[in-house]
Design a protein around this ligand. Sequence first.
Ligand SMILES: Nc1nc2c(c(=O)[nH]1)N[C@H]1C(S)=C(S)[C@@H](COP(=O)(O)O)O[C@H]1N2
Ligand SMILES: [Mo]
Length: 304
Amino acid sequence: MLIRRPSDIAPSDITPRDVFINRRQFMTAAAGSVLLAGEAMAALKATPSAFSTNDKANTLKEITSYNNYYEFGTGKDDPAANASRLKTKPWQIIVEGEAGKARTFGIEDILKLAPLEERIYRLRCVEGWSMVIPWIGIPLASLLKQVEPTGNAKFVAFESLHDPKQMLGQLTPVLDWPYREGLRIDEAMHPLTILAVGLYGEVLPNQNGAPIRLVVPWKYGFKSIKAITRIRLQAQQPQTSWNKSAPNEYGFYSNVNPAVDHPRWSQASERRIGEILKRKTLPFNGYADQVAQLYKGMDLAKYF
Ligand SMILES: Nc1nc2c(c(=O)[nH]1)N[C@H]1C(S)=C(S)[C@@H](COP(=O)(O)O)O[C@H]1N2
Ligand SMILES: [Mo]
């Protein structure tokens, strides 16, 4: 696969970031912009990735004002209004369980593990909308390899921060807190699976999951857990928040599958935020060439 180097990038590719930089004032004013390591708004340097989609990216405004983040409320505009309450620095992630070298990482440690890449990915929410987001991050595999997973590490469990003083939504039992998600180890190690620390060239806004969140582009958006504090390698399939709250609606796998309806609505099409006409939803959210082989022989209507 051809990796695009900076010199290969057409001006059209960088326009969104220019637009972003022009909007930096706006961005700083909008609640949720945080700084890494106390620095001024230094852009995160990232190399473009061959895994990026050519779909047009959503605007920064769309990406930061239409969010799902129940720790800050269930409305789409609640996270932008409330997530500034979250203190993202310092921040630590415990990586534990079936690992030879379990340890705790600071964000600074994680930034050193691999070159930051810009990955423009589609995100498809189970609710029927989608966006295209220019994430900045590193492969999750770069972090997991550091702790040397044992042969018993068949699954990876993730947990978000649990702190109702900062996350007022946790005072309400809409979900069983903390937010939990999980992947099979091969899904977690897949090169498309990233830990994002930024978007549009900057540190991640709080409403998008600062300081660090998972992005699994072939699965429904809820798999992409925000504000991660704990990652556990384990032998058993993890319990996940959405599966626990409604097991018949949200399975463990949660692959984007237009052929499997949600019990209360069809998943055949989606509305890209900013567009009027609906699009057909693609199997594995358009990433089938890269990931379909992970599920060979599985009945994906049963393992939904
Ligand atoms: N901790 C946490 N992570 C979360 C959620 C949440 O409520 N809490 N919502 C999920 C859902 S349903 C979606 S669609 C995506 C939305 O990501 P975005 O707001 O950055 O677009 O985040 C996911 N990660
Ligand atoms: Mo979602």
